[in-house]
Structure formats: structure tokens, C-alpha cells
Design a protein around this ligand. Sequence first.
Ligand code: FAD
Length: 471
Amino acid sequence: MTKQNNTLYTRRQFLKAGSITALSTNAACRNINPAHSSQVIVIGAGLAGLNCALALQNQGYDVVVLEANQQVGGRTRSINKNGTTINLGGIEIGDGYQRFVGLCEQYKLNLYEPKRASRDLCVHIGGQLISQDDWATAKANPLPEHLKATLPSRLQSHFHRGKNPLKSKTDWIEGQHLTSDQSEIEFLKEQGAGDAAIEFINHTGNFNSVETVAALHYQRAIANFRFGTSKKTLRLSGGNQSLARSMANSVNALHTGQRAQSIEQTSNGVTVRTDQAEWLGQHCVIALPFSVLRNIPLVAPLSDAQRNAINELPYTKISKLVLAVEKPFWEEDGFGPNLWSDTSLERGFLSYSEKGDLLYTLFVNGRNAQQLDRLSDEDATKTLIDLLNTSRPSTKNALRPLAYYSWGNDPFALGAYHHFAPNQVSSFARSMTQAAGRIHFAGEHCARANQGMEGALESGEFTARQLIQTS
Ligand SMILES: Cc1cc2nc3c(=O)[nH]c(=O)nc-3n(C[C@H](O)[C@H](O)[C@H](O)COP(=O)(O)OP(=O)(O)OC[C@H]3O[C@@H](n4cnc5c(N)ncnc54)[C@H](O)[C@@H]3O)c2cc1C
């Protein structure tokens, strides 16, 4: 999608259109006057970049959005397979997502409550399948007596229950809570968790490892849910990428296929080079995950803390395999359809698609996702299906692969979502979102109050406000 064809832009058009435009990289063109002071380059057309661009555009700014991919929406990627909508990235929309819900109303997009599939769980451990009712008394259950009745999937919330110091969605960043900026493993040990419980939590937690994630990260997620007034979760008809597409249609100048290769603050503006062109702006909003930004040369007056944040903020590796259910395999083996496995399958979830067919999603995190990332998508799909069929024979010929996606291998994401490592909230959570000269940051990692898609929208809005105040 290219709304302005930059390769056909003449000098006259450039002068007429203002100074944010693509210049061919020959020296003569570089002499053209730099940008008007209120004009902005936004890099990245995910929800954060798009919301920022629209907020600025609505205030009369000339904004250009540069997107590396051929499509907008970033980590809200959704696909349609024979009429079945599949969200490869962001899925759940809390009904407390005020911005997301408001934008869907504005663009007349339909939010609906998904039909609930069974939540019954089957534990697969040491090669054995165990029903959730039998878990407490199962011989293979290695947990100490007082924990035996707790399912592996509920252990982390068990240890955090009653220990969350956060009293609002935003106070995770306040000084008084920074004692929780310790690692999850230290926190778990302090609560008396033994090796078996820690290993279970490590195996399937939404992070890379208990050593490298801060306990505050989990506490923030719980506070977000508790104080975010999300009573139910919603889905967007056609998939979450539909919102990004609608927003992109309202942006005056958006260029896909423009991968930022370098970003440089100069004496009077910012220059962004893509492999096709050079873009000049008065300001630049970088709405990219830091996992990606750390590989792009960036010349800007960054503080040490900001530089550290860009280089070190961890991103959870996640791979998903979405399968169509052709036979209710759980009826054959009598176990709950959902799976918690001590193998690299990790977790399997049953859900209904928008059109009402049953889907089964394998959701692999951290170390196991990294192992899969060494394989091609086809081999990773085969590896997971073979393992599932061996672990749970009733799944043989009962499931048909629809889509496999590795967020770790996506060059424009390099991970699914950020999390803070121990001591990172205290060392850079505040400073990493601050403007560095003419360079501003946005993205889910920069949000204060919300997380995920709502966090991305929040940060886009916040950054636009910050830029307006300082320009
Ligand atoms: C598997 C998974 C499950 C999730 N589940 C949920 C959920 O249930 N609920 C929820 O709220 N959130 C969820 N999320 C998180 C949510 O999708 C993200 O937080 C949100 O979409 C991030 O938006 P963003 O704008 O910050 O970043 P992105 O969407 O990553 O946008 C960044 C954009 O920059 C582009 N880009 C990258 N490099 C360059 C470059 N060099 N030059 C130009 N452009 C570039 C990318 O292509 C992308 O379009 C999930 C995410 C994943 C991956």
C-alpha cells in the first residue's frame, strides 16, 4: 500500500507537498530545504504508530508513516483460511480496552463475545495423560503435598496470590514497588516454591525464563486485569488487523515496503533512510519494538538508560500452530481437550472461530519456541504435530494444520511482546519512553497504564501529545 508514489515524486511536487517526502539519494536532492517544523515521520504502522499518526494528523500536522512490511498492523496480524479468521498475534480484547473499543465504534467494526469452548484440561507429564480431576492424586504429580491439587497452569497465580503490592494499573513504575523488581525465580523461592513448581512455571509462563523476567512483570499483568475493569473478553470480526487497516485508510501518507535502515537526528531535523529512499522530518516517532530497533543504527541524544533499554529489553519468543478440529479427539480418549504438557508442546487450547468452527492452538513460549525457530515453518509444524500425535494418540487424523507463525522469526517483530528483566523497571522503565531530542518512542513497551493492543494505542496517543507539547 502506497498512497504517495515516492519514486514518481518530482522536485516541484516535493516543494509543494512540504518537506517530509522521499528523496532520491543523489546529492543534488539533499540540498532541498529540510522539513517544516511541525512535520513528523512515524516509523512503524502497528497500532501505536497508526494511533500516533492519526492523533498528530488530527491536530494539523503533516505526517508520513513508513512501514517495512507490505501490510499494516504489525503484531495484530490476522489471516483468513477458507472463511476462518485466525489471529496470529494479538487475540483478546478486554471490554475495558477503551481506546480499542472506541476506535471500533468509530470505524464501524464489529466486536463480539466469542462462543466459549470447554476449559477442561488434560495434564501430560512423563509421557502420561492425566485428567484435571485425577491430577491431585496422580503418581506422576511431583509437587509437594500442599500443592498437589494445584494444576501446573495455576501455579504462578497460586504463589502470587495475596502478594501483589500494586493498587492501580499505573503504580508498577512507582518507587515503592521496586522491591518486586527482583527475578521471578527469587520471588518464587521466597514464597517457598520448590524445584518442581518452579520448573512447571518456567516451562509455560508468558516470558522467556523465570531467571530473566521480573516478578513485577507478572504483578503488573494481574493489576492490569484487576483494575482495567475487563469483565469479559471480546473479539473483532475479521481479526484484529481489521482495526489497523481501517486506521491506515485514514492516514494521509503511508508507505509500505519502507524498512528503516538508519535514523539520524541532524542539526535541524531527522533523516530516516530506507533501502529505497531518504526521508526528512522535523520530528520522528519510532513506533518499533526495541527488539527490532536495536539492529538499526540510531544517531540521537539518548541517555545511557535509553540506550540500555533499546539494547536489552527482552521480548518473549512465541510460536503458534493453529489447527482445525476435524474430530473431537477428547471424546475418544476421555480427557479434557486443553493440554498442559511437560514436553515442548507446552500448551494446547480449544476455541471457537468467528464462524463457529473449533480450532486447536498450540502455544509455545521461551526456550521451546527458540528451538522451533531453528526449523522451517513446515518442519516446525510437522515436529509439533508428530509430538502431539505421540503424546495424545487420539489427535491422529483429528486435526488439520491451518497456520504456523513464529514471532521470534518475524524480522519486523523478533518476539511477541516485551517483558522487563530483573532491575530493569528501576533502571530504565521511566526514561526509555522519554523523547531524545527530536526522536520520540511509541509502542506497547512504552505504555504506562495498559498492555498489549490497548497499551500500543495508549502509547501512540501519549507520544503524539508529548510531541505536540514540545514542538
Ligand atoms: C502471539 C501474540 C499474542 C498476543 N495476544 C494479545 C492479546 O490477547 N491481547 C492484547 O491486547 N495483545 C496481545 N498481543 C500483543 C499485541 O499484539 C501487541 O502489543 C501490539 O499489537 C503491539 O503494537 P505496536 O504498535 O506496539 O507494535 P507492532 O504491532 O509490532 O508495530 C510495529 C510496526 O513496525 C513495523 N516495522 C518493524 N521494523 C520496521 C522498520 N525497520 N522500518 C519500518 N517499519 C518497521 C512492523 O512491521 C510493524 O508493523 C499479542 C501479541 C502476540 C505476538
